[in-house]
Design a protein around this ligand. Structure first.
Ligand SMILES: Cc1cc2nc3c(=O)[nH]c(=O)nc-3n(C[C@H](O)[C@H](O)[C@H](O)COP(=O)(O)OP(=O)(O)OC[C@H]3O[C@@H](n4cnc5c(N)ncnc54)[C@H](O)[C@@H]3O)c2cc1C
Ligand code: SF4
Length: 517
């Protein structure tokens, strides 16, 4: 065959230097971009996420055309749209008769399984290239993970620091420590307020996609009233500029703080752009390091930011492919409770959960500690079924893709992997939320009350969780000592905790149907 090279680019591969584009001749290449029904609906994504991905794709196609590439763009409402990546690549092969299909590996297990069939399905040659936008290749991660029973992020992170040279001084970590997390747990002080992040008004392209999503996905979760995400490389760069100019200084200290109504605090809000491919994660880390070297940002903030990216982000990606497909089915704690309706409606008297769910609906975003210590902690303590919780997190966040959502949910918050990722469950009573937020002062429940009507539900749920999993956690050196406290309480107090928890759990009601799938 002598046709062109066909380069399919998926919705989260919006990077000009993508491996499949590097070194290609523009006259001999057709780029294929596809809005397909299967991807928009395999779960019922938050409306903002669908707008974000389709709008960013349409803008990227324009950018490529302006740079002289030929782009074959298939819109969702094209009457001949086959509805799947495989179907659309097959149609494009008929249109262009390519000599080669060159594609970068998909980030999701599900799509990768389909892609692996392409070479057998299609009559032309197919090459699947490694996604080298990640610092760590899968082979490297698998090599690091083999022979380890526990896959602790902290040790992986140190390897990534050495590999990239980020925050390294002559082979030693800058400042003498690898990790400054202990300086990054400041509770929010009275009157703490973060500068407003830049908001990006929808342009004509985005407005057209908003109309499409309103009409085709109107029953999906979430609001479109406040669509403010960057959808172009330039806007994403402006969002990053604002973070480095105004928020990085406080990013570290207040990383775990939560304030009702202040949805982003000092977080970067860059995950949507990084995950789409609009921002280069390593470049952001180098920029953060420069801010530290220039004396413009403190080491604890910069190290914290870099750890989230070359530590957690790289780690969960490696962990995902290392543990799939089993991770999607994992349920080590045998949790079976259905996800209650209020995760979708926000209708709960628990002020912390209500605010996090409100922010999730309004922004398709909640910051890390809200996801981990409020939404996740509650799901863990209440014993919610992992697959229902995983679906929820995949649906509701604009930055959610299976490779990053699943390890965070199954392994980090739910301990469903039995402790390969986390050395102990992230379980906490109302005390933690009270210390790190101002939620409790506006709540119908009393955080200081441990049991009975009106007690903060996190308090009895915490002990209910610990008691029902005693066998598993008693010997855990990081958490086992808690059972001495439990034993000292005596039977009456223990019974009060257990009965309070059960009375509360009985109020949660049946499964919420029809929201996720
Ligand atoms: C239960 C749960 C589910 C999550 N689901 C997702 C998800 O679907 N998609 C997603 O991108 N992140 C997810 N995260 C990680 C994290 O919460 C988000 O990346 C972060 O809130 C995005 O906001 P930000 O850009 O302001 O992050 P910042 O707080 O500013 O952090 C900077 C960057 O670090 C990276 N990062 C930080 N923590 C993590 C982490 N645990 N895993 C991977 N990357 C991380 C992100 O790229 C983020 O943009 C999840 C965390 C939890 C606890
Ligand atoms: S009292 Fe309990 S439920 Fe209410 S906001 Fe505080 S932690 Fe949440």
């Amino acid at each position: 065959m002598s046709g062109p090279v066909l380069v399919p680019i998926l919705g989260d591969q919006l990077t000009r230097t993508l491996a499949s584009l590097r070194g290609r001749n523009k006259d001999d290449t057709v780029i294929l971009m596809m809005e397909v029904w299967d991807e928009a609906t395999y779960v019922k994504h938050h409306k903002q996420k669908i707008v974000l991905v389709f709008s960013a794709m349409r803008h990227f196609a324009e950018e490529l055309r302006e740079a002289g590439w030929t782009v074959d763009y298939v819109r969702l409402d094209d009457p001949d749209n086959a509805g799947s990546f495989t179907g659309e690549v097959a149609r494009a092969i008929e249109r262009h008769d390519p000599r080669l299909v060159s594609v970068v590996e998909a980030g999701e297990w599900r799509v990768r399984q389909d892609m692996d069939q392409w070479a057998d399905k299609f009559a032309c040659e197919v090459e699947i290239l490694r996604d080298d936008r990640f610092v760590c290749s899968q082979a490297e991660f698998d090599d690091w993970a083999k022979d380890r029973k526990e896959l602790r992020m902290e040790f992986f992170y140190r390897e990534m620091r050495r590999k990239t040279g980020l925050l390294m001084d002559d082979n030693e970590p800058a400042g003498g420590q690898w990790n400054y997390d202990s300086e990054n747990r400041k509770p929010p002080k009275e009157g703490l307020a973060a500068p407003e992040r830049p908001k990006f008004e929808p342009d004509g392209i985005t407005r057209e996609v908003i109309d499409l999503v309103q009409s085709r996905f109107g029953d999906h979760f979430g609001s479109l009233d406040r669509f403010e995400w960057p959808v172009t490389r330039d806007d994403a760069a402006r969002a990053a500029d604002a973070f480095f100019a105004e928020r990085i200084e406080c990013f570290g200290p207040y990383q775990d703080a939560m304030i009702a109504g202040q949805d982003d605090l000092f977080h970067s809000m860059l995950s949507t752009s990084i995950n789409l491919g609009l921002l280069d994660p390593l470049e952001l880390c180098r920029r953060a390091e420069q801010a530290y070297r220039d004396g413009k940002a403190p080491l604890n903030s910069v190290e914290g930011f870099i750890r989230q990216i070359i530590g957690w982000r790289e780690y969960v990606r490696g962990f995902y492919f290392n543990q799939m497909p089993g991770l999607a089915e994992a349920n080590a704690l045998k949790a079976t409770r259905p996800l209650p309706e209020f995760y979708w409606t926000g209708k709960t008297d628990m002020a912390c959960l209500a605010d996090c769910i409100r922010s999730t609906g309004d922004n398709a975003h909640a910051h890390h500690i809200q996801r981990l210590m409020v939404l996740g902690n509650f799901a863990l303590l209440a014993g919610m079924e992992p697959q229902a919780v995983e679906d929820w997190f995949l649906v509701v966040y604009a930055d959610a893709y299976d490779w990053v959502e699943l390890p965070n949910v199954a392994a980090m918050i739910l301990y469903a992997d039995g402790g390969k990722l986390a050395s102990k469950p992230y379980a906490a009573s109302g005390n933690y939320i009270n210390k790190m937020s101002n939620y409790c002062s506006g709540c119908r429940y009393k955080v200081s009350q441990k049991t009975g009507e009106g007690a903060c539900p996190f308090n009895p749920l915490y002990w209910h969780f610990m008691a029902r999993h005693r066998e598993r956690f008693e010997k855990n050196p990081r958490i086992g000592r808690i059972y001495a406290t439990w034993d000292r309480m005596g039977e009456t107090k223990q019974r009060e905790y257990l009965e309070s928890a059960e009375a509360f759990l009985d109020t949660l009601g049946p499964a919420a149907e029809g929201w996720a799938r």
